[in-house]
Design a protein around this ligand. Structure first.
Ligand SMILES: [Zn+2]
Length: 291
């Protein structure tokens, strides 16, 4: 849709602030989801309120990032501290949108990825807080994958007749279908086996190594991203989780932690850089200097 001749300096100056602004506004809504969903509160019914004194938050105080800075992180009516997590989530979502459109260009795929990353922010923070994953959110990620599956299944000529915005270059339905299973099946087996060992040795129904939520998340993300990106995502996610677990063990002696945030971060990097990285790696493995 956006040809290179439009991709000049003026375009960037216009485009990125708008993208960032949309990103932080949606980030503001993500804060509502992260706070209210685990508490079974309605996402739309009640207007934003202070979580300490319950005072309704005025319009001037709901501007993403800026309001928190102007209030110096304190509630206007009761003076109680407002978690810095709120502006962090807003800024994070804005930055993620800008990075996504920079790395992938502006098309249907990158738009769907942005929605996916926003859902992953919610999944990551909620899992961090509660050790639970919401199946509806995982389902939403899978639903984002369906348009890409449909378009990539079209014959090349049909796809070429579509607007450039929705075309998917070098994508195939098979890649999405393999993506659905290539990480989720091994995750499921590891979860089952570690669960079985835990029950056999400790005679208790302990938490499994990999929870069912993690497995379903990787299945849904695999359908959206395709097999190469989801495989790289799992690799990044496990690396992050291992580093995280090690630091946690060293600092607090606690090795139990939520896998969801690590997987969410892994999926972000995997979605944007996983496929070129895997292609490069396959290139090294199959390089023949005598050919
Ligand atoms: Zn208050």
């Amino acid at each position: 849709m956006l040809h290179s001749e439009f991709m000049d300096m003026q375009f960037y100056i216009m485009f990125y602030p708008i993208v960032f602004f949309y990103g932080i506004c949606i980030g503001s809504f993500l804060n509502v989801v992260i706070y209210r969903l685990p508490r079974n509160e309605s996402l739309i019914k009640r207007s934003s309120h202070c979580t300490t004194c319950g005072a309704k938050i005025r319009v001037i105080d709901i501007i993403p990032i800026l309001s928190w800075l102007m209030l110096r992180g304190k509630c206007r009516s009761c003076g109680e501290k407002i978690s810095p997590r709120y502006p962090v989530v807003e800024a994070l979502n804005g930055i993620i949108y800008v990075v996504t459109f920079t790395v992938l260009d502006f098309d249907l795929r990158s738009l769907l990825y942005c929605f996916c990353f926003s859902i992953l922010i919610c999944i990551g923070f909620i899992d961090w807080d509660t050790m639970e994953m919401d199946p509806v959110m995982i389902g939403m990620i899978a639903a984002l994958g369906i348009p890409l599956c449909v378009i990539s299944a079209l014959p090349a000529e049909t796809q070429a007749s579509l607007p450039e915005f929705v075309q998917l270059e070098g994508d195939s339905l098979l890649s999405h279908l393999i993506g659905l299973f290539c990480v989720s099946v091994p995750f499921f087996l590891i979860g089952e086996i570690t669960g079985l060992i835990a029950r056999k040795i400790y005679k208790k129904d302990l938490r499994r190594g990999i929870e069912l939520g993690d497995t379903l998340l990787m299945a849904a993300a695999g359908l959206l991203l395709g097999w190469k990106a989801v495989l790289a995502s799992a690799f990044f996610g496990i690396l992050i989780a291992a580093g995280w677990g090690l630091i946690g063990k060293l600092i607090s002696g606690e090795s139990k932690f939520a896998f969801g945030p690590a997987l969410s971060i892994g999926l972000f990097f995997g979605a944007l850089w996983g496929e070129p990285l895997l292609n490069w790696y396959i290139g090294i493995l199959t390089y023949n200097p005598y050919a």
